[in-house]
Design a protein around this ligand. Structure first.
Ligand code: FE2
Ligand code: FE2
Length: 273
């Protein structure tokens, strides 16, 4: 079995800045330290986009500060609140495609993890939240699928390629999500898709492929299906994901780290009756 820890929608801000009164740095730091203590045997960590709130270099340095405490190998992908140039300026040496997109592959035993860069740009626009996989990124994906000898494909895409029923968020999806789903359906091995962006724990299937979505490590989206404001945020409990990749089974747990008990101390012998 392989374990992957997933941190989505960190929305890091500069020192002293908060989101609906919540401190994204403190939340991410708490999530990371809880995860490392609870799952030290994990195989990989994924930061699932919206690493920052406004794509500033100062915000990426604060993400980097927390990541410095992570002893596990990690990958990151951008979301609509990110700036690719500033990510690369702060995190030197990140794997990327020949066209400069932050897409990469991680092979874990029988599983291939594929990180997709769904940021629609440049130019970076702080008020534009739709995702897109341009022809260059789709062609890269076709190639890494074709050359894969893995028995299962795990796609990591910040923007969901499907509707969630939350209409405010369904207005800002991966705009060519149907194209991605059709490509994955052609691939002969099973595929599971992991996404963020909506700031909720959601699961289902799209075009026959299973998906799992994770909460933000900071602020959440209320479950309001009717039309609404996509910037509406609530302080529901935050979480990170714990993905278990087993033979023929993919499991996505949501760990609400502020409330979770993960007791690693030895249990005392049961008292005699
Ligand atoms: Fe987000
Ligand atoms: Fe997002």
């Amino acid at each position: 079995m392989k374990q992957v820890l997933v941190f989505s929608d960190i929305h890091m801000r500069s020192q002293g800045e908060t989101i609906i009164g919540l401190d994204p740095f403190a939340r991410f730091q708490q999530a990371m330290s809880h995860a490392i203590a609870s799952y030290p045997e994990a195989d990989h960590v994924v930061l699932l986009g919206d690493l920052t709130n406004s794509g500033k270099q100062a915000e990426y340095y604060r993400v980097q500060e927390v990541l410095a405490d992570c002893p596990l190998p990690w990958s990151l992908i951008p979301g609509n609140h990110d700036n690719r140039d500033n990510i690369m300026a702060v995190f030197s040496g990140l794997p990327r495609t020949g066209q400069g997109h932050l897409q990469s592959v991680v092979d874990l035993g029988q599983d291939r993890l594929i990180m997709l860069d769904t940021l629609d740009g440049p130019p970076f626009r702080n008020d534009y939240h739709v995702g897109f996989l341009c022809p260059a990124r789709m062609n890269w994906l076709k190639q890494v699928l074709a050359e894969s000898g893995a028995q299962r494909i795990n796609i990591f895409s910040h923007h969901p390629a499907f509707a969630t029923g939350i209409r405010a968020m369904d207005k800002i999806p991966l705009k060519n999500g149907a194209e991605l789903l059709a490509l994955l359906a052609q691939h002969p091995t099973p595929t599971h898709i992991f996404s963020g962006h909506v700031h909720r724990t959601i699961s289902g299937s799209a075009n026959g492929q299973g998906f799992s979505m994770f909460k933000s490590t900071c602020h959440q989206t209320p479950l309001i299906l009717r039309d609404g404001d996509e910037s509406m945020s609530v302080a529901e409990p935050a979480a990170y994901g714990v993905v278990l990749l087993m033979d023929n089974v993919v499991v996505a747990h949501s760990e609400e780290f502020q409330h979770a008990i993960h007791d690693t101390t030895p249990q005392p012998e049961a008292l005699p009756e």
